[in-house]
Design a protein around this ligand. Structure first.
Ligand SMILES: [Zn+2]
Length: 195
């Protein structure tokens, strides 16, 4: 089976600086998000998680999921009850709406909060690096001229900033601490990037 791409998910990077945001916030474990939970994976990346997504990695079989989670020291997040029960430290999500799923993840003990700065590309899970100011000639046209700071994905080259989407996610996540379970429409494009 040749379903592993390790360009962005180097298993050796257990001390991944992206797992913390440089503050006193609790570190995020690396996670592997099962198929059918792509929106959850993107939201967890926005929350600073190194969140591998099964479909991105071409992983489908339960045994393979468990093996990758084990090999790469990732917490498996799945909607499959049997798989969750058979996997150490797995997090079972039962809801369909991403905000409800985030609530379940938070209830499992994993921190669900935005880091001080964007750390992970919501699209590909690559690490984001700050772009030096003033912006270089490579600034994409979709990045407003007056926006800074900005970050660039090291893997897919998409640029990010703390735009309205960041604020939107922040406001939604804030409700997790005050609301038992919130059903809401999901919207999960990249952080602050254009569509
Ligand atoms: Zn990317």
């Amino acid at each position: 089976m040749s379903d592993e791409r390790r360009t962005t998910d180097d298993p050796a990077a257990t001390d991944d600086p992206a797992a913390t945001d440089g503050s006193d916030a609790p570190p995020r474990p690396r996670v592997l998000v099962d198929a059918m939970c792509g929106s959850l994976a993107r939201h967890l990346r926005i929350c600073g998680y190194d969140a591998a997504y099964a479909l991105d990695r071409g992983i489908e079989a339960d045994g393979r999921l468990r093996a990758v989670a084990d090999d790469e020291d990732r917490v498996l997040i799945t909607r499959d009850r049997e798989l969750a029960a058979a996997t150490d430290d797995a997090v079972l999500v039962t809801e369909l709406d991403v905000l409800d799923q985030l609530h379940e993840v938070a209830a499992s003990g994993l921190p669900v909060e935005l880091p001080a700065e964007p750390r992970r590309c919501g699209a590909c899970n690559g690490r984001l690096e700050p772009v030096d100011e003033p912006p270089t000639d490579g600034r994409p046209t979709y990045v407003p001229d007056d926006i800074h700071p900005v970050w660039r994905c090291q893997d897919c080259d998409q640029w990010f900033w703390k735009g309205s989407h960041w604020d939107h996610v922040a406001s939604r996540i804030e409700t997790l601490s005050s609301t038992p379970c919130v059903a809401d429409a999901a919207e999960d494009n990249g952080v602050g990037s254009s569509d």
